[in-house]
Write a protein that binds this ligand. Structure first.
Ligand SMILES: Cc1cc2nc3c(=O)[nH]c(=O)nc-3n(C[C@H](O)[C@H](O)[C@H](O)COP(=O)(O)O)c2cc1C
Length: 179
């Protein structure tokens, strides 16, 4: 399909996988710090699954990130500064059956949380189409594109999408157009 001379391609029919990380507990939302029992990125991941029929893989650390917002920020900063690879409950090891990989992540201190990197570094993205969504509260994609470029070598990396976390549940149309 072509819109205004720009080539567009729907990825809906392709075998897809969503790899996502999402934190529940206290979070900084548009109206201040609030408790959320479903993470913003999880909402986005589930919308992608709903639209594309993709499989879902949730990145979960063995040692949970703190519930408290400030404490979680401190741990995240420490992990960023030490280039940590927190241990995961389960690692995905083979994505060869998928054509399209959606990476969904919050932005933490301008980058993807280190937990995402623990998973991404285990995988080969050679020949895959990679699309990524970052949920944020003001930074947009920030430097998360650098994480994607570093860890998805050999992939056809498409333009990333930034969604304000507090609007995640209203983002279905935006996501559908982006897909
Ligand atoms: C540790 C931490 C660091 C964050 N750093 C940023 C940031 O650098 N820029 C930004 O816009 N939002 C930042 N946020 C806000 C989150 O990216 C945003 O709320 C996101 O939607 C959370 O997704 P989740 O609920 O799926 O975990 C941060 C939140 C946390 C907990």
């Amino acid at each position: 399909m072509s819109i205004f001379g720009k080539k567009t391609e729907s990825l809906k029919g392709k075998k897809s996988l969503v790899i996502y990380f999402s934190h529940t507990g206290e979070n900084y939302m548009a109206d201040g710090i609030r408790n959320i029992d479903k993470g913003n990125t999880e909402i986005v991941a589930e919308i992608i699954k709903d639209i594309t029929g993709a499989d879902l893989f949730k990145v979960e650390t063995i040692k949970e990130y703190p519930y408290n917002y400030k404490e979680c920020c401190d741990v995240a900063k420490q992990e960023l500064n030490s280039n940590a690879r927190p241990e995961l409950k389960q690692y995905l090891e083979d994505i060869s059956q998928y054509e399209v990989i959606y990476l969904c992540s919050p932005i933490w201190w301008n980058y993807m949380p280190n937990a995402m990197l623990s998973q991404l570094e285990k995988l080969s993205f050679e020949g895959k189409i990679v699309k990524y969504v970052i949920t944020h509260e003001g930074s947009g994609i920030g430097a998360c594109n650098k994480n994607v470029e570093e860890f998805c070598k050999g992939a056809d990396i498409r333009e990333g999408l930034a969604i304000r976390g507090s609007s995640a549940k209203d983002s279905r149309n935006i996501i559908e157009n982006w897909i």
